[in-house]
Write a protein that binds this ligand. Structure first.
Ligand code: ARG
Length: 338
């Protein structure tokens, strides 16, 4: 069975392997270097315990584990505050009218403004899954388990949630938006910049990022076409998040021009449709398939199960679900329809 649980220091090797399977091509906020990843896991462990060091914001990292052999097949994160104490960078796409009454011309010009507006909003991040699981139930579980976690610990998170979606990258590794813009200022490949931004400090962004607004019409045609477009490999993720109620607004990723999706936390679909129930009685493998989560903080677990709901708040699930969640009769769980 598939289980989502908090990442542990022992998972380091397996998580590194997963971060690698993405290939250099795929960006995520998951560091691909052992030391940075180790630190990220340590901060996550402290976050789940509610013991984040002074001056840092909670950053949670979950893994998708195959309970039969303990193999990890995916990773997903939540940063309680985007930027985690530092500014969080985006571009805001806006428009200006350039017009001359005398000449009788009027033109709408798109402009990208560097913005820190999303700083401190809750951020879904670091989503990586084995490619063969993309779009499956395990994929749903890994992504949506985070929303059940937010539902269960609502006070840890802010009233809005954002997600940066990977933007367009060609098969040869070229990133049109980066090649037309970022490359001129950062003087490095997209992959290098992407790697730096996944490591813990981001001072290089403050130093290298152009401070002035960018006129979209001065970018290459390919870069303009890529603005706000998700990468093909992100499409399953994009669709899932759209079903959760996320929408693309005016914000774009500063490196690849990918869309930034936004939602009101309290309207997230899995949050609204999930219910707290009490575990009671056993049940066979049939009925309604659901996501089920249990446990607070470091003991949080989430899996897929068959449920039989009775009147009142009692819930019957198969014995193996009880075992996987480490819960017994009378314990509270949360379920959401698949
Ligand atoms: N594809 C990327 N790595 N883009 C950089 C994202 C940086 C992120 N918004 C931050 O401020 O931390």
């Amino acid at each position: 069975m598939w289980l989502v649980r908090p990442a542990q220091p022992d998972d380091l090797k397996q998580i590194l392997a997963i971060a690698g399977t993405q290939g250099a091509r795929l960006s995520s906020t998951l560091p691909k270097e052992s030391d940075a990843l180790k630190q990220k896991i340590e901060l996550s462990v402290a976050s789940f315990k509610g013991q984040v060091p002074e001056g840092q914001a909670p950053r949670f990292l979950f893994v998708l584990e195959n309970s039969e052999d303990g193999a990890i097949a995916g990773v997903a994160g939540i940063d309680a505050r985007a930027g985690s104490g530092e500014p969080f960078y985006s571009y805001r796409k806006d428009a200006l009218i350039h017009a001359s009454h005398e000449l009788g011309v009027s033109r709408k010009v798109e402009v990208l403004y560097p913005s820190h507006a999303l700083t401190d909003q809750t951020l879904l991040c670091s989503f990586v899954i084995r490619p063969e699981l993309r779009g499956t139930e395990a994929f749903d579980l890994l992504s949506r388990a985070r929303i059940l976690f937010i539902a269960e610990h609502r006070e840890w998170f802010t009233s809005r949630v954002v997600v940066e979606i990977q933007g367009v990258q060609n098969d040869d590794g070229g990133v049109p938006f980066w090649d037309s813009l970022g490359r001129h200022f950062f003087n490095m490949d997209f992959d290098a910049a992407d790697r730096y931004s996944a490591s813990l400090s981001k001072t290089f962004l403050a130093e290298m990022m152009p401070h002035n607004p960018i006129y979209v019409s001065l970018l290459s045609d390919a870069a303009q076409a890529a603005l706000g477009k998700p990468h093909d490999v992100s499409s399953a993720n994009y669709e899932l998040l759209t079903r959760e109620g996320f929408q693309a607004g005016c914000y774009l990723d500063i490196f690849d021009g990918g869309p930034v999706l936004e939602a009101r936390t309290d309207s997230l679909h899995s949050l609204v449709t999930s219910h707290r129930k009490v575990l009671h009685g056993r049940h066979e493998d049939d009925g309604e398939a659901c996501l089920i989560s249990a446990g607070e903080g470091e003991s949080f677990r989430c899996t897929l199960t068959w449920v039989d709901e009775s009147l009142e708040d009692e819930l019957k699930v198969p014995v193996k679900t009880w075992n996987l969640l480490g819960k017994s009769a009378g314990d509270a769980v949360r379920i959401a329809p698949l």
